[in-house]
Design a protein. Sequence first.
Length: 198
Amino acid sequence: MSESIGAIILAAGQGSRFRQVAGDEKDKLLADCTGRDGAVRSVIEHVLVNLPATLEKRLLVTTADRPQVIRMAKAYGCDIVLIETTGIGDSIAAGVAACEQLGGWLMVLGDMPFILPSTIEQVLAQVADDCISVPVQDGEYGHPVGFGRSFGPGLMALSGDRGAKPLFAQGRVVEVAVDDPGVLWDVDVPEKLVFTFA
C-alpha cells in the first residue's frame, strides 16, 4: 500500500549535541559524509536520496532558518512545512496535518543518512491502516517508522519533545527484521558522520 504513504522527514531539531562539539554555526544536516553507496553528500541529501521513488508524497518539516536544507529538499521533490518549535512531537503533528488524507506516513529522521533504501522498502511494505511498521536490528527498534491511517489523530495530537513511541501501545506493531545497522545510527555528534559498520 506504499502508493498512498507519504514520507515525513523530520528536520527541525537544532542538533545541540553536534553543535557543542563542532561549533554553534555547524548544522549537522549540512555536514558532509560518505554514504553507504560511497558518494559524499550532506547528511540530509543522503536521507533524501535513500527514499524510494514509489512514495506518493515527500514532506520536510523544518524551521525557517535552514534555507540550504529547504532548497535541497525542494530539489528532491519535497513539500516544505515550516514550524516555529524544534520539538519532535510538534514536527510529527505538523507533518501529518499537512497531508492527513494519505493512507499512512513514514517518519524519517533527517539525521539518519545510513539507512539502506531496501530497508525503507521493507518497512513501507508492512504499513497497514491499523498497524505500525518498525525495523528491528539486533533486537532494537530503529527508524524509519511507518504508521497506518488509523494513527493519524494520535500523530496530530503529539506536541513538544515527545515522539510517537506512546502510540506503539495503541495498535499492532509489525517488527520488520533487518540486517542494517543504519536504522540505529543517527548523527548526533561529528564522529558519527563516519559509518563504521558498512
